[in-house]
Design a protein around this ligand. Sequence first.
Ligand code: 5RP
Length: 212
Amino acid sequence: MTRPNLQIACDHKDLPSALADIKSIGEIVDILEVGTILLLQEGKQPVECFRALYPEKTIVADPKCADAGSTVAKNCKEAGANWMTCICSATIPTMKAAAKEIDEIQVELYGDWTYVQAQQWLDAGISQVIYHQSRDALLAGETWGEKDLKKVQKLVDMGFRVSITGGLNIDTLKLFEGVDVYTFITGRGITQTESPKQAALDFKNEIKRIWG
Ligand code: 5RP
């Protein structure tokens, strides 16, 4: 089993605050993400800045694209992103059009997706999904648990690289022990702490402790 990556999700309200954090933790994490909130606030500029700061890192743009896959992916790629997210309710033609323009598409799992759809994504050549607890569901009292493990394991067994995200903290990670998680995506669990650098190191160390 490979050790999962750590991805920082930057959902800052503006570019300066995102840059302040990314400069202190960019070298510690494996993957950098310009989150939906920051993209909506600042457009492509954070992607361009992250790329200028970290020429060799994998950068994800998270527009949760639902349509116009080709155009959105081309724009993300030109700004410097390697990967881009599509919402799971996007059509296969949207996902395929996006996949032609950027290195990889990740399907964001929200709401009522099915394993039949998941097989269609695989058949379309898309092998990354993001298993998500939405911010709003968490606020409404949702928690991580056994039900999530089963779905994640099934997606792994189907052949997906599965990223996990939504309100993660250090203690959530051990729930996934023994599961071949591809990446843990963390936003506020790092950025909204007293020391984002220390929090990123703590996440990394916990991943190493559990997955070796
Ligand atoms: C929200 C997202 C977030 O970027 C991701 O889930 C990380 O968020 P956090 O760790 O702050 O809950 O995609 O749509």
